[in-house]
Design a binder for this molecule. Structure first.
Ligand SMILES: Cc1cc2nc3c(=O)[nH]c(=O)nc-3n(C[C@H](O)[C@H](O)[C@H](O)COP(=O)(O)OP(=O)(O)OC[C@H]3O[C@@H](n4cnc5c(N)ncnc54)[C@H](O)[C@@H]3O)c2cc1C
Length: 422
């Protein structure tokens, strides 16, 4: 362990991996990435989430001229493809993803600590607005790790919260966040016998009305995997639980495994093609769509998303729909951007109001519940991570705080690095 790191990145999801790599590539020497599991990827691997939601302009096809996100995300796509872990530009293999991220991180010389949890934050003795170190806990014990800049990529804004950054949770009216979902895979499916989605959902609705299904989700949501006989299900739903409350998270994990089993048995019993199938895999942890969101220097709104607003300090672009799975029960709200449109995410959304050496990237950036439902997707989170790592590097090299960094310079650097193209 070093006495002092340039940048400490907490959380090795796609966001954190991209942030650490970007910080190194843009000139920093000592970058530490801390991850609580023994592999990288976060929701993309530990949550088994798949596929990448759209990283193209709204309603357009997957041609390069419509693509919004490049940079490290593109490199991940290319490496997945090279190892046979990518199909149709969006469906990826979680095992190959773990390997790809390990390789990118280690080749870049990022210091990494697996099986390490960030547990608290120590403020600078001379300033309430600076973090001096974070406490990490692992098999070696508890250690304080000092950094010049910290990047919170924990998905739950853990560092920001512990440092006293104001945070919000869930929707305005009752604070409920989007539901949690455990993804699972069913293998040995005979696709040639599988009915249409409409027919599967008709059979599902009948089973619901007979009282055979306790899952509050309105339909069966499933996707391809890279294997012909394996189907990916993103269809369980645990509502009204707070992912940052240890007891509620535990309850959710217990409940959701029963739901996986119930859904699998429904498929096997009623859906042609599933007769000889088996439950191949449930995700190592329940998937968390939404928990804390920081209050930063700008709060991205639904209006910004749907009107396709671009900002002078946009650090990445997204065109995914507003996609709110009902936080309290059945139903999903979808609102689309106009065809061909997209919106920008301002650098200010990564800057907490009150801590000067902290950047927050990934799903907890500063936004409303509605805007969050769009920006939370994996390609956008990866791009936000790259932006945060680049910003941290530019700030340290120029001996300024991230808040003092001119976003025009940041955008120029992101363009130079081909992370964004406009
Ligand atoms: C069920 C579900 C379905 C989804 N569907 C899609 C989809 O189809 N397509 C799509 O593109 N997106 C989808 N998403 C959204 C997307 O997966 C996530 O929003 C995105 O992956 C978040 O990335 P992240 O790196 O910001 O956070 P995470 O992936 O949550 O990564 C956070 C990382 O930090 C680590 N960590 C957390 N706390 C600590 C701590 N205190 N100390 C150390 N390490 C810590 C975690 O282990 C994890 O590795 C879905 C999400 C869910 C839950």
């Amino acid at each position: 362990m070093k006495e002092m790191y340039d940048v400490v990145v907490a959380g090795g999801g796609l966001t954190g991996a991209a942030a650490a790599v970007a910080a190194k590539r843009n000139g920093l020497k000592d970058v530490l990435l801390v991850e609580r599991y023994g592999f990288l990827g976060g929701m993309a691997t530990s949550g088994l989430v798949n596929p990448f939601m759209s990283y193209f302009k709204a309603g357009t096809n997957r041609k390069e001229e419509n693509q919004l996100i490049f940079g490290i995300f593109q490199e991940i796509l290319d490496r997945l493809e090279e190892l046979g872990g990518l199909k149709n530009k969006i469906t990826f293999d979680a095992e190959i993803m773990k390997l790809v991220l390990n390789r990118i991180i280690t080749e870049e010389g990022v210091n990494i600590l697996f099986h390490t949890y960030v547990t608290s934050v120590n403020k600078d003795k001379n300033s309430e607005n600076r973090i001096e170190s974070i406490k990490i806990s692992n098999k070696s014990g508890n250690t304080d790790v000092k950094g010049k800049i910290f990047i919170d990529c924990t998905g739950d804004a853990d560092i920001a919260f512990m440092a006293g950054v104001p945070c919000k949770k869930g929707r305005e009216q009752d604070g409920y966040s989007q539901p949690m979902t455990m993804c699972f895979r069913v293998a040995n499916v005979d696709r040639s016998k599988m009915p249409s989605r409409e027919e599967i959902n008709r059979i599902y609705t009948e089973a619901v009305s007979r009282g055979e299904i306790t899952n509050p989700r309105e339909n069966v949501l499933f996707f391809d995997t890279i294997h012909e006989d394996v189907i990916h299900f993103n269809t369980t739903r645990i509502v009204k639980k707070d992912a940052t409350n240890a007891e509620e998270l535990t309850e959710a994990e217990l409940m959701v495994r029963e739901q996986c089993w119930e859904m699998f048995n429904f498929l096997k019993k009623y859906i042609p093609g599933f007769e000889n199938s088996y439950l191949q895999l449930t995700a190592p942890q329940i998937g968390i769509r939404e928990s804390r969101r920081i209050v930063g220097k700008y709060v991205l709104t639904e209006e910004d998303v749907l009107q396709g607003r671009k900002f002078e300090d946009s650090v990445c672009y997204c065109a995914y729909t507003i996609d709110i799975h009902n936080p309290a029960g059945t139903g999903t709200v979808i609102k689309r951007l106009n065809t061909g449109d997209y919106y920008g995410i301002p650098y200010r959304c990564l800057l907490p109001l009150n801590i000067e050496n902290l950047l927050v990237a990934g799903r907890p950036i500063s936004s409303t519940h509605e805007a969050h439902s769009s920006l939370r997707i994996m390609p956008t989170c990866t791009a936000l991570g790259e932006a945060a790592g680049t910003a941290a590097a530019l700030s340290i090299i120029n001996q300024i705080t991230p808040g003092e960094l001119d976003p025009i310079i940041l955008r120029k650097k992101l363009m130079e690095n081909k992370a964004i193209k406009f």
